[in-house]
Write a protein that binds this ligand. Sequence first.
Ligand SMILES: Nc1nc2c(ncn2[C@@H]2O[C@H](COP(=O)(O)OP(=O)(O)OP(=O)(O)O)[C@@H](O)[C@H]2O)c(=O)[nH]1
Ligand SMILES: [Mg+2]
Length: 316
Amino acid sequence: MDKINWYPGHMKKTRELIQSNMKMVDLVIEVIDSRIPVASRNPVISELIGSKPEIIVLNKKDLSDKAETDAWIRKLTAGNVTAIPCDCESGAGTSRLMEELSKANEKRNSTKKWDRPLRMMIVGVPNVGKSSLINRLTRRKAAKTGDRPGVTKGKQWMTLENGMQLLDTPGILWPNIEDQEHGRHLAYCGSIKDEIYDISDLCLEFLKFMLKEHREMLYGRYKLDPPAASEEQEEEDSIWGTDDTSGLCGDGVTPVSENGEYTPLGAMEEIARKRGFIMPGKRIDYERCARTVLDEFRSGLIGRITLEHSQEHGDD
Ligand SMILES: Nc1nc2c(ncn2[C@@H]2O[C@H](COP(=O)(O)OP(=O)(O)OP(=O)(O)O)[C@@H](O)[C@H]2O)c(=O)[nH]1
Ligand SMILES: [Mg+2]
């Protein structure tokens, strides 16, 4: 598929905003997506944070594999990083975060000549739940949230009940995503605007990953049968009645299965068929199918899936 890169002007401006506010804050909360703990750590943000105290929130823990998230937390903690798993939808993990913030507050005030409540900045790539976390911490719906990247536009200071101050910032990426696997992971998780890539291509890549690592989940969600069996079934209880179905699947050139397993395209066509995503002329609506599969992954309907495994990232 084409290269994934998204760095509009507002991200450059936000980068400058983060930089200019860095000296004002005592601590940075970097929110990352627990399904992609490597790809969602923006190297530019790490650079801007420098040696400033930092807490990493692995958010959306309700969507990632629990054992994998636990392993990531152990790994990050072993590297002397404070890392906390959270679910900002239910609020799970946020009281642990508040405890860490209180500790940081005490630490700051024990070393400075005058006391004042902690000032913090929340940063991260788009759509990881920064504003949702702010709403949890302030116990108000003060920050606007939404299930697409680029919801927060400008900076916004918020005050917690205990007087601590928090700066919400828009999500940012970096100018050139060199590792395209990271680019795809960010796109699967909704951190990249859907309009900038071909969603059908992206879905095929996602299905390739699912067939390799989580075939059972994919089969379960979309009620897929192994390719050979489904062909037989098609004859028995075709949802298309007695009509000729030969023109239904794709271009008829690309194989739908290989070695008894679906190809990504074969799986996509089967999903489209099961869900009835067929346009006039019996053409498969690939785009609708792609949007559905990715939306269902993003909202956890396919299952709790971590895309990046801690044991494969030894040097992080
Ligand atoms: N399942 C789940 N969804 C979450 C969680 N946290 C946030 N969300 C959802 O993720 C979407 C993005 O949340 P936001 O808080 O707007 O994310 P953001 O990082 O502020 O996004 P930008 O401002 O666009 O950078 C929303 O639909 C939230 O409801 C979580 O822990 N679990
Ligand atoms: Mg936001």
